[in-house]
Design a protein around this ligand. Structure first.
Ligand code: PFF
Length: 453
């Protein structure tokens, strides 16, 4: 390999791109509704613990494996271990990238569609979530609408990735992430200044432990993976473009911080508005597409807030989608000698086609089910509930048990010598989480996903 491999222009560029991957539909669409369904504050508390004791240690490891090898997940494992078993873990990551992007783009498409619907004024007259639900059913039930916006969303994703790591991903993240944060701040201020906002805040901060059961803990743990883009090599791939002069631990800390704060801010913006309108916080996946449009319709200047909200969602989805495509592209560029453009066109195109039955799962193919699940649900289940936890488990085991501890420490200290001198206990704590706590807890989630415990 004589060609110079691509790299981030700066540490900030890496942080924004990686936070862009982490902050996605998971934070703004999924987190609020699962928190809403599982009782609010108590669930959020458990989720935060999962982020700290599992998400953070695994994230450091994933970035580190990528940074050390400067390769995609398949190349990274083959460089560090050369065993077929570990290389196939890398392959499963690439496969997960294929699968997740195919259905993620369908929901990403809806968000673009809702930006357009807001501009057309279709969202301004709802009196109840039921009316908003009727529109949602009509739009998602229309094959042309879902396929059209799936295509547009995919086109945007490919357009960015084709331009490369620095010129495409980093440059677009540097624009999109500040816009995302600004919109979120505006929406949060709007939320907390509404009459009746305090009930929404209480829902987020005052725990009701009676709602917490084993199932809620598993949902919190699974979501910790999804939201941090862990377990499939996305962070490994982004880490592979990171400079050895930068500190992996502090970078991981900043990514976790941004992802968590943004999820909580989205929670504040959404629940203050939902409670102020006297609506149901436990509306499930439709919270964003059905409950919120009704909330906005009843608010002065609601159209503008609705527009900003769906734009926020679309940006969040796009910066995550590009990281999913990059995993697949990096594999074909590094290992198979493809050029970036060819890899984006051919494999982007393939993933787009795989997304078509997912887009049709809400309309023409809604009756085609496998064990009671639509095509969309099956792909989501295999990727999010099996491949991600499995990948996360393997990464924890690899960094904790397989890769020699001295090699791990040598790698992590590059760019972070002072950090380890100033925090002498960090190594021990990190390894305890990596070797014991993370694998055991992840194994439980995985067995639960498979219906075994
Ligand atoms: N972290 C993204 C979200 O919260 O929406 C989803 C995701 C992106 C998962 C990239 C995995 C991944 F590799």
């Amino acid at each position: 390999m004589t060609q110079i491999r691509e790299a981030w222009g700066s540490k900030l560029g890496f942080i924004l791109a990686a936070a862009g991957s982490a902050v996605g539909l998971g934070n703004i669409w999924k987190f609020p509704y699962i928190a809403g369904e599982n009782g609010g504050a108590a669930f959020i508390f458990i989720y935060l613990i999962c982020i700290v004791i599992i998400g953070f240690p695994v994230l450091i490891s994933e970035i580190l494996i990528g940074r050390t090898t400067q390769r995609n997940p398949v190349g990274a494992f083959s460089m560090l271990s050369n065993s077929k078993g570990w290389i196939s873990v890398g392959f499963l990551g690439v496969l997960a990238g294929f699968l997740i992007l195919s259905f993620y783009s369908v929901i990403g498409g809806w968000t673009l569609g809702y930006v357009v619907e807001t501009l057309r004024g279709s969202l301004s007259n709802f009196k109840s979530p039921e009316e908003a639900g009727v529109l949602f059913g009509r739009l998602s039930g229309n094959a042309l609408w879902t396929l059209g916006y799936h295509t547009l969303f995919f086109f945007l994703t490919m357009f960015i990735v084709i331009r490369g790591v620095q010129g495409g991903i980093e440059r677009s993240s540097k624009v999109m992430m500040p816009v995302l944060l600004s919109i979120l701040v505006i929406l949060m201020i709007r939320g907390v200044t509404l009459d009746g906002a305090s009930e929404g805040l209480a829902f987020l901060w005052v725990p009701d432990w009676s709602k917490i059961n084993g199932q809620a803990i598993l949902i919190a743990l699974g979501h910790a993976f999804f939201t941090l883009s862990l377990g499939m090599g996305a962070m490994m791939t982004y880490g592979s473009y990171m400079s050895k002069k930068d500190n992996v631990v502090s970078a991981a800390g900043q990514i976790v911080f941004l992802d968590t704060v943004i999820a909580l801010m989205a929670g504040v913006a959404i629940f203050t508005a939902v409670f102020a309108s006297g609506l149901n916080p436990a509306a499930g996946p439709g919270l964003i597409f059905q409950t919120l449009p009704a909330v906005f319709a009843g608010m002065t200047g609601g159209v503008y807030f609705a527009f900003l909200f769906f734009l926020l969602l679309a940006i969040a989805a796009l910066t995550s989608a590009i990281s999913l495509l990059e995993v697949v592209v990096a594999y074909f560029v590094d290992e198979r000698g493809w050029n970036r453009k060819g890899a984006v066109m051919i494999f982007g195109g393939t993933i787009f086609l795989l997304g078509v039955p997912s887009a049709l799962s809400f309309n023409l193919m809604s009756d085609v089910t496998f064990m009671g699940k639509t095509f969309f649900d099956v792909v989501d289940f295999i990727a999010s509930n099996i491949l991600l936890p499995f990948g996360g488990l393997m990464i924890a085991i690899f960094a904790g048990w397989v890769w020699s501890r001295s090699a791990v420490m040598e790698a992590v200290k590059e760019g972070a010598e002072n950090f380890f001198e100033m925090n002498p206990n960090f190594e021990t704590i990190w390894f305890i989480f990596l070797k014991f706590i993370a694998p055991v807890l992840i194994a439980i989630v995985l067995l639960n996903s498979l219906g075994i415990v």
